[in-house]
Design a protein around this ligand. Structure first.
Ligand code: NAP
Length: 477
């Protein structure tokens, strides 16, 4: 065994610190109050990992590395600073694609390097173990590249967000997967089989497209976290292939984290995980079999009248949804919340695990507006208990997460999804622009219940009017 130089020891020490920081970062991210710290720990971890890598004795010239760093910073920094919260899912997909391109290129370069005849007329070749790691890396890396670009295209509406399907699609995909595993087997059996290696790369690129095509735009966040997991597995395999410990650890954390997140999201959306990966979700929104849809007309109320009721309510539960994020109404919502509190009412927020369009969407938005985490009810059962004794609830741009059909109508695509029960509060105010359905595309009978009052309009404008009216009450107008 070759002896470790002091440079090697320093590199391993920085990798060790980086790995600890990644683990601490993930741990901190489990609590909203420490999430910012978690991101900082992970960012410092990445800094240590980069420093360790730059110390590698095999680097002969830093010129191209510096050019890459500068170009990456010029593109990445403004993109990250400017991206709107509602565009975060596609931004994440875009950056995954680049991570996966890096992993795939490392795999291809490493394979070529090991199969090139050197000046002495020798070809290094590779062991079966390394071939397995590199094969796995390029397959999952290539799949993540095209899959992430497809997800980005669907979310950015560059391609249709509707599922694109054709007859025999699942059989086609399964054949591609089987062919990929056969190529991987051939490569492991004989690592010098160049065609098997390049077939793996090509099949990975194909699979990324063909597996994401039949999935609807709304399910993309689950797909993105799954691709995140694949990118992690590819990175971990790269670590084994090139003997880099920090890649093995960081890749394993990302692989496991992404997979667990995908499972949690599909459960909270009441989707079978297999169905998301193989089924054509979000195609035609499954219609409820209930005859005729809503027959009753929804009742409306003016902001002025609603403000009077809210100003004197003892307890109010705000239920924010995707529409709040679209309208960017979180700051106005905080103003309303503070006014009700000033008048002696208690305000809490019911945050559903799949509210919005990405995990933690509403938590992030509310925290951006400085709303205290103590006011958030993130457990559906806890929130329902509070709702049952609330004087009023204000639903701001939420729809599917408050749809009673999820409990009452077996034919509804939402059936079985744990939902909030706002109708158990004394009065339900619903803020939305019109009769638009939510992500699932189904009608919501909550809007025609006896104690529901609609305040139509853009969430920011309506909440602004409520704030104005409550202030006017104070001023005695
Ligand atoms: P939702 O069911 O999509 O409903 C959002 C509602 O907001 C719409 O009915 C819309 O009605 C209203 N709206 C849109 N823009 C508005 C604006 N500017 N002002 C006021 N209202 C506005 O949202 P949700 O209740 O948050 O439920 C989330 C859904 O997304 C669930 O079905 C979930 O499964 C799905 N999903 C979530 C994730 C995730 O990770 N969180 C990922 C993928 C899918 P109008 O058009 O009438 O205004």
């Amino acid at each position: 065994m070759s002896e470790l130089t002091s440079r090697d020891l320093i590199i391993q020490a920085t990798y060790f610190v980086a790995s600890i920081l990644f683990i601490l970062g993930l741990r901190s991210l489990t609590k909203p109050t420490q999430a910012r710290l978690g991101m900082q720990q992970a960012a410092f971890g990445m800094l240590f990992a980069v420093i360790g890598t730059l110390l590698n004795a095999h680097i002969l010239s830093y010129q191209w590395i510096m050019i890459g760093l500068i170009v990456g910073t010029i593109i990445g920094y403004p993109m990250a600073m400017k991206v709107a919260m509602t565009s975060m899912p596609q931004f994440v997909a875009f950056s995954h694609a680049f991570g996966a391109i890096a992993a795939t290129i490392v795999g291809v370069v490493e394979y070529r390097h090991m199969h090139t005849i050197d000046a002495m007329g020798n070809m290094p070749g590779m062991s079966r173990g390394v071939a397995a790691a590199i094969g796995f890396e390029v397959l999952f890396g290539a799949l993540t590249v095209t899959g992430s670009f497809m997800a980005f295209g669907k979310l950015q509406e560059l391609i249709t967000g509707r599922p694109i399907t054709f007859r025999g699609q699942n059989a086609f995909n399964i054949t591609l997967i089987a062919a990929a595993f056969v190529s991987l087997g051939v490569l492991i059996y004989n690592p010098d089989t160049t065609w098997a290696f390049y077939t793996l790369v090509s099949l990975g690129l194909f699979l990324g497209v063909s597996m994401v095509l039949p999935i609807g735009g709304g399910d993309m966040p689950v797909v993105i976290s799954l691709l995140n997991s694949y990118a992690g597995l590819a990175a971990s395999a790269t670590g084994f292939a090139i003997g880099n410990n920090v890649l093995i650890i960081a890749g394993a954390l990302e692989g496991a984290g992404g997979f667990i997140l995908s499972l949690i999201m599909s459960k909270a959306m009441n989707r079978s995980f297999a169905n998301i990966v193989f089924g054509a979700f979000g195609s035609a929104p499954a219609a409820s079999t209930k005859a005729g849809g809503p027959t009753k007309e929804a009742k409306t109320i003016t902001a002025e009248d609603a403000a009077t009721q809210l100003a004197y309510a003892g307890s109010v539960v705000i239920i924010p949804g995707y529409g709040m994020a679209v309208a960017q109404a979180q700051h106005t919502c905080r103003e309303l919340h503070e006014l009700i509190q000033k008048k002696g009412g208690k305000v809490t927020y019911a945050i559903h695990p799949v509210a919005g369009r990405m995990p933690g969407h509403l938590n992030v938005i509310l925290s951006e507006a400085g709303i205290d985490y103590g006011a958030l009810l993130t457990d559906v059962d806890d929130a329902n208990r509070v709702l049952a004794s609330a004087d009023a609830t204000v639903i701001v741009g939420a729809n599917d997460i408050v749809n009673p059909d999820a409990e009452e109508d077996k034919s509804s695509p939402l059936y079985g999804m744990p939902i909030f029960r706002p109708w158990t509060a004394k009065t339900v105010f619903v803020v939305k622009r019109g009769k638009g359905t939510g992500f699932s595309g189904v009608e919501n009978p909550l809007f025609t219940k006896d104690n529901t009052l609609m305040i139509y309009g853009d969430a920011k404008g309506v909440l602004g009017n409520l704030v104005k009216e409550i202030k006017a009450l104070d001023e005695g107008h």
